[in-house]
Structures are given as structure tokens and as C-alpha cells.
Write a protein that binds this ligand. Sequence first.
Ligand code: GLN
Length: 249
Amino acid sequence: MKINIGWLYPDLMNTYGDRGNIIALSHRAKMMGIKSAVNKISINEPGDLILKMDILFMGGAQDKQQEIVNQDLKNKGLFLKKAINDGVPGLYVCGAYQFLGKYYKEADGKIIDGIGVFDLYTESSKFGDPRCIGNIVIESTLFPKIKLVGFENHGGRTYLADKKQAFATVFKGYGNNGEDKTEGIYFKNSFGTYLHGPILPKNPEIADYLIEKALERKYRNVGVERDRPLKKINNSWEEKARSWVIDRL
Ligand code: GLN
């Protein structure tokens, strides 16, 4: 079994350790006994490469990089939208998450259109509002009995059309907007979230979830059952690290 990981705009959308998510996906796949390949998809790569991927990832950026990527998404956005709607598992952090909504209003009032696959919009903080910065702890029904941790740093406030689509509830921190306690979105196997940190090494359950969904989709769709159970991974160090962060907050 092999999974193709698509890393969107690694040269432009990659802040606060987001590349650690790619390392975590590859490493955990290897520990489970699954081969993986990382494919970088940026401005010079063709958009249809997105449709050959089993897992997609895009990290965050500041407004300047977001404007460049936004131009390129006018073409690649159609492929990305199709992949997400088809259920390709994915993780989209902060600036990437904002792009997948209807629009992102920058600090200077400029509107950047999103690809509109997620039913949400984002507006930058008004003058005087604080940026949403710090460690964040969230709870998600997708990962019961555990608290997930990360680091957030965003000016944008995101509002979901349907709060039931939220990925998680904020236990500590800001999340989508610092008001309604929602964090991120979960839509057809894709996570949009404000959690940098990076999120996957800190919360390996989410990495495994993405890998398992990718395998399910890739091998069951062509009628091939998984040939053997995935190897179990000992997460005791990750769990200790996470408890340490939660206890500190
Ligand atoms: N520019 C966006 C904001 O500040 C995204 C920041 C990020 O991706 N960390 O809201």
C-alpha cells in the first residue's frame, strides 16, 4: 500500500512549523508499514496533479503570500475544490483554511475571494482588536476523550454558516473568531483549522485519521480490501508532551 501526499505551496504557505505536518504524515505512515511519497505542488506545477493525491496539506501564511497564492488558485482552485468534494482527506491550516471559504477580508479592507468549498467567510481584525495568538486547546467529537493542542496566530476571524460543521469546540484560546467557541471546520474528510504548532506531531490521532481515510478511499474504491491490519504505534511520548502543554495552560 502506498499513499501520495500532496503538499500545496510549500514555498509560500508554511509558517510556525507547518512542515512538521508533512514529516508526521510520512513518518507515521512508515511506522504503520505504508509507503508514502511527498509531492510538492506550487505555482509551477500543473493543477491536475492535485487529483492524483491521496492526502492534501496546505499550511498558513501572511497576507502578502496569500495574495500570490490566491492568483494561482484562480486556476488550481477548481481541482482543489473537486478533490475536497470527492472526499480526498486533507488538512488546511490558517491562511489555507481561510482560502477555502467564500472570502478573506484583509486588514486593509481588500477582499480576497476564496474557492468557496467551505461555507464560511473570514474578516481580518478591525484596528485595535488583538491578533489571536497563543497556545490553544480544543475538544472534538471526532477524537473523543482527548484534548487536542496547537498554537494559533491569526488576525482573521472566521464565521461558519453552520456551526455544526465546526471541527472542534474551544477549551482554551480563540479558535475561529474568539466569540462563538467554534474551531475550524470538518467537511467531507477535510479539516480546516487555525492550529499550527504543528498540529499533527502534537496530535498524532489526526495524522492517523487522515492516513486511514486515504487508505480506505484508495483501496476500497477499487474493490481491494486492506491486505493486513495497520501496525499499532506507541504514542506515549506524544501523550506526555500534550499533557504537559495542557497542564501549563
Ligand atoms: N494572514 C492570515 C491571518 O493573519 C493567516 C495567518 C496564518 O496563516 N498564520 O489571519
